[in-house]
Ligand binder design. Structure first.
Ligand code: CO
Ligand code: CO
Ligand code: CO
Length: 339
């Protein structure tokens, strides 16, 4: 029943920048991460040993099964805490539900899916808020803990680092293909499996290796989030699109013209700061801008550690984890997309 589901429904990043200009930035030494660096979550220091990671995400359905929608929306909301190196602790449900149009069982199933996924993450949902609205939308506001000295931010990428991606791309393409009836059941199931997967393992591996720079890949696509990270870190990212892992038939679907409108919106935002190699394959270029729902982590890791990190990620359920690029000293553009 929805036009665009999941993170594809986000407002355009260009419009968001325009709006955020009008909001005040608070100066408070306990605000450790604010909106200034466009990070995944805000971080607030309570004392020298504890800071709170605070975030919210919600969106319209990405599938017809309400329980699975709840699982995916919750995994996506929790992801921003993981991307900051935090441990999710408590959460609130945020729900918009058309009570006259859908059976109440669907409402219950969405919340069940959310609560089961939060439980899996070790977080407890302790309240929430519902508005009668169409189409339905669901997500969480999440509070996580992090030690103030161990925060992972999008400003922590360093020249010489390697860029690791922990989940394959393609959820936007496959969800659009599903609506057109051209996505295979295998691809749809694989996309759902990836979207339900918590970024918990990735976060644990990052903590173990003392990683300082990461973000999660969601609505602005790989390129959009990479760009925000390169800007916040004052470095240049070089990504090899042929190294980027993809879900099932994502490439051939894009070849065949299945390019969601969110990809063009994301391209429009990122274009001026991105260098496109002259031989860059057009389909791979558009995949770089595909809006991901509950995507993986983009980790900036010292090159000497990447082999160990990759094998640890792969041994713990993230088989698609790969090095997809490098971090360089700042060059003319923030992001370079090569084949
Ligand atoms: Co995020
Ligand atoms: Co978010
Ligand atoms: Co209330």
């Amino acid at each position: 029943m929805v036009e665009t589901g999941g993170c594809s429904a986000k407002i355009s990043p260009k419009q968001l920048d325009e709006i955020l200009k009008y909001l005040p930035l608070y100066t408070d030494p306990d605000i450790l991460v604010n909106i200034n660096t466009h990070d995944d979550a805000g971080v607030y220091r309570v004392n020298n040993d504890l800071a709170l990671v605070f975030t919210t995400d919600f969106f319209p359905p990405v599938c017809s099964d309400p329980y699975e929608f709840g699982q995916i929306a919750a995994a996506n909301s929790l992801s921003d805490v993981y991307a900051m190196g935090g441990t999710p602790v408590i959460a609130l449900n945020i729900m918009m539900f058309p009570s006259a149009k859908l059976p109440v069982e669907a409402y219950v199933d969405i919340l069940k899916g959310g609560s089961d996924t939060a439980f899996q993450a070790g977080a407890r949902i302790i309240g929430g808020h519902t508005i009668d609205d169409f189409p339905p939308k669901y997500g969480l506001a999440v509070v996580g803990y992090v030690h103030p000295d161990n925060i992972i931010t999008n400003a922590g990428a360093r020249p010489g680092d390697s860029l690791i991606l922990t989940k394959p791309l393609g959820t936007g393409v496959i969800l659009a293909g599903q609506k057109l009836g051209i996505a295979s059941d295998d691809d749809i199931n694989e996309a759902k499996t990836q979207m339900k997967l918590l970024n918990l393992t990735g976060a644990e591996v990052m903590k173990k290796y003392n990683i300082r720079g990461a973000t999660d890949i969601t609505g602005f696509g790989l390129a959009g989030h990479a760009l925000k990270m390169a800007r916040a870190s004052n470095v240049t990212f070089k990504i090899n699109m042929k190294s980027v892992p993809l879900i099932g038939n994502t490439y051939s679907m894009v070849e065949g013209g299945c390019i969601p409108s969110a990809s063009f919106r994301n391209l429009d935002y990122s274009e001026k700061d991105t260098f496109f190699a002259s031989d860059l394959d057009y389909s791979l270029k558009m995949i770089a801008f595909d809006a991901q729902t509950s995507g993986g982590l983009l980790i900036s890791a010292p090159s000497g550690l990447t082999d160990m990190i990759i094998s640890e990620l792969q041994d713990n359920g993230l088989q698609n984890s790969k090095v997809i690029g490098r971090v360089k000293e700042p060059e003319k553009k923030l992001l370079y997309l090569n084949n």
